[in-house]
Design a protein around this ligand. Structure first.
Ligand code: VAH
Length: 316
């Protein structure tokens, strides 16, 4: 069976639903420190689980005969800056527990998400290569960079089959955003539909790599299903689909909501965004295990407007 830790988060929620669709509801155990979306809670087994509680993780793995773990729990960039040591403990302790459980042969395979946050201000910004200078300046980025090194170490030293993707900003509508710097690109759709106006906490020219949720889920399923010999990168793969600025996203939304107005009031998250790449070279993932994205900005925008307006209708 499969265990998802952090199943109620932005990616965890949709990943759980997709894995249940593929493997069967009772084969995928969702777990999180708190309950989540109704669709997730009602479609299969759920456990309240703290990602730093080794003994409880081991009990859940034993009781449900889990062989694969997706560790989706983490504190994201903006939130982590407000609680650095708490973020470090959560992001790192949870990873060490799972890597050691795999080293002991109790589970066979791990997925662990990294992020474009591993790159920093000294990294080449455009078409950032798979291997390059990485001097992250956020707690979240430091934890993800360190986590990548440990994943590569446990694979090389102990043969642990851990696979990882450096997710870009991920856009979706089934859950609210999770405390990231790229959250503006989700909030903007809710505000555009509710008020035809949005004040962006990033500047108009803050270009960032972005991806629609379905592509991120597709990449996660595909890298885990790929034959082990194809996974040559055991730190984490660059992954990309598109890049855009708040200004470009706003003009795409205006094609659908004519009177939509955007204004800009950059906050502390602007300096985080400035430290990250504006676009990513993911040719290694495309070569090694056949990655290719499907959603471009136009398709992302129409899908988000449709999804968010449906969600808003159910709330009224
Ligand atoms: C964040 N959404 O903003 C996450 C992600 C690249 C961004 O890591 O922190």
């Amino acid at each position: 069976r499969i265990l998802i830790i952090g199943a109620c988060g932005q990616i965890g929620t949709e990943l759980t639903l997709k894995l249940r669709e593929i493997h069967g509801n009772d084969q995928v155990i969702a777990s999180d420190i708190r309950e989540g979306a109704e669709e997730l809670m009602e479609s299969g087994p759920f456990e309240i689980l703290n990602a730093t509680d080794d003994a409880h993780i081991r009990k859940v793995i034993h009781d449900y005969e889990v062989k694969e773990v997706y560790l989706m729990a983490a504190m994201l960039s903006a939130t982590a800056e407000k609680a650095p040591m708490k973020a470090w403990d959560l992001n790192m302790d949870s990873l060490f527990h799972i890597l050691n459980i795999a080293k002991e042969g109790i589970i066979d395979k791990i997925f662990w998400p990294s992020s474009i946050a591993v790159f920093g201000p000294t990294t080449p910004k455009d078409n950032t290569p798979q291997t390059t200078v990485m001097e992250p300046t956020t707690v979240y980025g430091i934890s993800k960079q360190t986590g990548e090194r440990w994943c590569e170490y446990f694979h090389r030293k102990f043969g642990v089959d851990v696979r990882s993707l450096r997710y870009p900003g991920i856009i979706s509508y089934k859950t609210l955003p999770g405390g990231g710097t790229t959250d503006y690109a989700i909030e903007i759709f809710h505000e555009a539909l509710k008020n035809s106006a949005y004040t962006s906490f990033l500047a108009e020219d803050a270009g960032l790599p972005m991806m629609y949720m379905d592509d991120a889920i597709k990449a996660t399923v595909e890298i885990m299903e790929a034959p082990a010999e194809k996974i040559k990168v055991r730190s984490s793969y660059n992954l990309a689909a598109m890049s855009f600025t708040p200004e470009v996203l706003a003009s795409e939304i205006k094609k659908h909501i004519k009177n939509f107005e955007i204004s800009y009031d950059p906050d502390f998250r602007q300096s985080i965004a400035e430290s990250w790449p504006s676009s990513i070279d993911d040719s290694t993932a495309r070569e090694d295990w056949g990655w290719k994205h499907e959603f471009d900005l136009e398709k992302l925008t129409t899908t988000m407007l449709k999804g968010v307006s449906a969600t808003l209708k159910t709330q009224n």
